[in-house]
Each structure stands twice: as C-alpha cells, then as structure tokens.
Design a protein around this ligand. Structure first.
Ligand code: FES
Ligand SMILES: [Fe+2]
Length: 354
C-alpha cells in the first residue's frame, strides 16, 4: 500500500547553513515540498518568502533585489521583505488584492537558518534546539556541512537512531569492533524528546577518539548518546575516557548534530555540524576530521540509504513489514512519537476548518 506523506508543519527545520547565504544572494530551496526564497536584508538579517510570484507564479529568486525588496523578473511586481506587494508598474499602479507573498518565520542561530513552515503564531524561537556549543567553541573546532540525499528523511533519522550500523557499514576509524550490536540500548522519552544511549567498555576505543587518549591501545569507557527532537533534529554525543567517569572533563567528546529537513517525500536536506573538547585550536585537524566524516556519509551511508529507498519505492516502512532487531528500539520510538505529532496536528487543522 502506498502512503501519502504528511509533514509536521509546526516545527523548526533547518533551511540552510549560515555560510550558504551570501549577502546579496536570492537563495532558494524546496522545503516540505514548497519552494522558499531566502535572502539577507541589507543589515544582514535573513528573511524567507514563498518563492512564487502571485501573478503568474514565476520564481522570485529569478528576480532582482532593490534594497530590501525583491522585484519579479517577469512583469515587475515588487515585494518588501515581509512579502507585501508594494509596487505594480501596470495600469494605474493599483495593487490587486491577494498580491502578497507568504513569509515564514526565520531565525539565524549557531550557524543554521531555522525556518518554521507552519502557523507563524505558534513559532517560538525559544523552542529551537540548543546548538550553542557551535557558537561557544573556537572556529578551529567547529564545522558545518550540507548534503543532499535522495530518500525520505525518516530513513536518515533511523540511521542515526540505530548506530549499530557503524560496525557493519563503516570503516575502522569509527568502528566499535562489534561491541555495539550485542548491547541493548537504553531508550527513554523526556519532554517529547527520545534519548538512546549505549555505554560499553572499548578494548580499545575507536581510533577517531582513542588516538587522543593517554593510552590509545588500552581499554576505555565509551558512550554514544542521541537526543532526538521532532521532526528530525538529532544531537549526537560520542565520548571516550580512561580512569574516570567524567567524559567531558577527563576524556574526549564529540558534540555533533545531524539534522534532516524534507525537501519532498523522497528527498532530504541533511545538515551536519560538529565540535569537540580536544585539539580545539587545531584547524588542520578540524578540516581533516570533517573531510573524513563527509567521506563516510557520502561514500557509505548515502549510497546504502538511497539504495534502501529505491528498493522500498514509495511504500511506507510498516506496510512492508520489516523484521525488527533490538537495535531498532530508538528508531521505532521516534517514528511513533513523530506519527502521533503529525496526526495531532492534522486533527487540529481539521477541527479548525469544520
Ligand atoms: S509573474 Fe511576477 S509579475 Fe508576473
Ligand atoms: Fe553512518
């Protein structure tokens, strides 16, 4: 049975990295099946409008900027940065009703541009996930990247919620040597967030972290913890420590975010950011580590998940009756919580119009 995919609309999604949006550019990206125009006002503040002129639906990103306004390149309607049509060069210059373009709440924070596709009245900037470590850490210890994937965003979220795949799909640098799959992860739900955590004794720690411990080849305590926020924002922490229980103070820890924003039902914008508590002033290490992570994502995760999607077609995961493993616990919880949120949102919308 094929499913029609509904997205959670009243939620913050990452629309772009701060670095993707130049000072003058009319940047555009499809988000939740809607084309969105994003640009910076002259004071640098980013704004988001629907990328569609209300006259004959020309994309506004093909137009021109005039100060903080955008002029449609087709017949010259001019819009301000809130989407209000303020000039028509036609006839007596009267602006027809319904000439305004929809605008979206947009917040730039910690290297990301967060967009709210749903009801603007419900958009609270205080509910944006806390990524402030990327603003607090030195630049030489922070990286943000963007990737595009031809698959549904929930398959990418499943991939992060079930990290046992690293021992099977990835190379030795981020491998646990088979330690992870036998573990039963601890899965909890707190305030609508789903947390999955694995703790184990590594013998030795995975090389990515182990080589920064005092004794790289000796046993070390390790953990992975993923905190999922709806709809697909995941904070991942990975740590290793020797002779202590305090990973952050005495060990080495990665502070990562994996953030998926649906482009459409079958394609996803994937944003990844990372910082750490070791070698924080080493820009060359930062670059090399990020290139390594990018290589793992694009050469290992992406081909597998896109092939998985191709095999599944547009079928819903549950309709295909997947075999379940112990490592699926976090991903299944996330899918259930998200489904309930989408159904609640759709129910509220139906009640509002009836
Ligand atoms: S399509 Fe934009 S003014 Fe005609
Ligand atoms: Fe992976």
């Amino acid at each position: 049975m094929e499913s029609k995919i509904a997205f959670l609309e009243n939620a913050w999604y990452v629309a772009a990295l701060s670095t993707e949006l130049g000072a003058e550019a009319l940047f555009h990206r499809k988000i939740l099946d809607v084309n969105v125009l994003i640009y910076r006002k002259q004071d640098g503040t980013p704004v988001a409008l629907r990328d569609r002129c209300p006259h004959r639906f020309a994309p506004l990103h093909m137009g021109k900027r005039v100060g903080d306004d955008v002029v449609c390149q087709y017949h010259g309607l001019r819009f301000d940065c809130s989407g209000k049509c303020k000039h028509s060069p036609h006839g007596n210059g009267q602006i027809p009703k319904a000439s305004d373009v929809r605008s979206f709440p947009l917040v730039e924070r910690d290297g990301f541009l967060w967009i709210w596709p749903g009801d603007p009245a419900l958009a609270e900037a205080s509910s944006i996930p806390d990524c402030s470590e990327y603003s607090r850490s030195p630049k030489s210890a922070v990286a943000h990247v963007y990737m595009h994937n031809t698959c549904n965003y929930e398959l990418l979220a499943d991939n992060i919620m079930d990290l046992t795949h690293i021992d099977h799909l990835h190379g030795p640098l981020i491998n646990t040597g088979g330690k992870l799959s036998p573990l039963i992860p601890n899965v909890t739900e707190v305030d609508g967030k789903v947390v999955i955590r694995w703790d184990w004794l590594a013998e030795p720690a995975m090389p990515l972290l182990g080589e920064h411990l005092a004794e790289p080849k000796a046993p070390a305590k390790m953990f992975f913890e993923v905190v999922w926020h709806a709809p697909a924002v995941m904070r991942l922490r990975v740590g290793a420590v020797q002779g202590s229980d305090d990973f952050v103070k005495d060990g080495v820890v990665l502070f990562d975010y994996h953030i998926m924003t649906p482009e459409s039902a079958m394609s996803t914008h994937y944003f990844f950011a990372s910082t750490r508590n070791y070698l924080t002033d080493d820009a060359a290490y930062n670059e090399g580590k990020m290139q390594g992570m990018l290589g793992a994502f694009t050469l290992e995760d992406k081909p597998m998940i896109e092939a998985q999607q191709a095999e599944m077609g547009t079928h819903d995961l549950w309709a295909l009756k997947p075999v379940l493993l112990s490592s699926d616990a976090g991903a299944i919880r996330v899918r259930r919580v998200l489904k309930a949120m989408i159904e609640a949102e759709q129910g509220a919308r139906l009640r509002a119009v009836s």
